[in-house]
Design a protein. Structure first.
Length: 229
């Protein structure tokens, strides 16, 4: 079996296990030799298998035969990023209430927690523009992502990228925890203590370099968790 497809299907299963899916409306992808793999439209994350994945080219055209329904916004967003960023091999587009709430704040994600410090000065932002249905909608998303791996889509959700699938899963988990914690903290309506800039920079560097292959250890742990379910 194609290892990339197998691991992408496992990524869908892990995010379903973590409750990071949104019924049938979000999508994960992984780069392939000729483009990228994406789930068939209408599947929940828990429904996705390696055999159900579609392959699209870098213009968003379906290569899999017989052709099946696919999410147009998924093809637009993912193809634009893969074209712009050869270093990226996985792209996740997800939206949870906490992520959307933080995306709607002018300041975005604050360094309130250690989870958030993984992303200190590592996030770019993209203003809401309704649905991404054409390449004209996809290109600005790739442009605003720039050289980062996290793009918050204002009032919408996030795009998370990784050099590997396990890196993207790692970021998805920590970003969700960071956003949940920020929502809880702001809801207390009290003064907030934030670490100084130099401490935030140091913490971010250490957190992102704590392990050689970021996310690999957690990937193994999530595999064990799935087997236990």
């Amino acid at each position: 079996m194609n290892l990339q497809k197998k691991n992408l299907a496992l990524s869908y299963a892990i995010l379903a296990h973590l409750n990071l899916d949104d019924h049938t409306y979000t999508h994960l992808s992984a780069r392939s030799k000729d483009g990228f793999y994406l789930s068939e439209f209408g599947n929940r994350f828990s429904d996705v298998t390696a055999d159900s994945l579609l392959e699209l080219d870098l213009l968003g055209n379906v290569l899999t035969t017989p052709k099946r329904d696919f999410n147009i916004t998924g093809s637009v967003i993912h193809s634009a990023i893969y074209r712009a960023r050869p270093d990226i091999h996985s792209v996740f587009h997800i939206h949870t209430p906490a992520m959307i709430a933080v995306s709607a704040l002018p300041e975005g994600l604050l360094p309130i927690s250690q989870w958030a410090l993984h992303f200190y000065e590592q996030i770019n932002y993209h203003d809401y523009e309704s649905l991404a249905l054409t390449h004209d909608n996809g290109e600005p998303i790739a442009t605003d992502l720039g050289n980062k791996k996290i793009l918050m889509l204002r009032n919408h959700g996030v795009v998370i990228c990784g050099a590997t699938l396990h890196e993207a899963v790692f970021y998805a988990y920590h970003l969700e925890r960071a956003c949940q914690t920020q929502c809880l903290t702001l809801a207390m309506n009290r003064d907030i203590i934030l670490p100084p800039h130099d401490v935030c920079v140091q913490a971010c560097n250490e957190l992102l370099n704590f392990e050689k292959d970021i996310g690999a250890r957690d990937w193994t742990a999530w595999m064990r968790a799935l087997k236990e379910d």
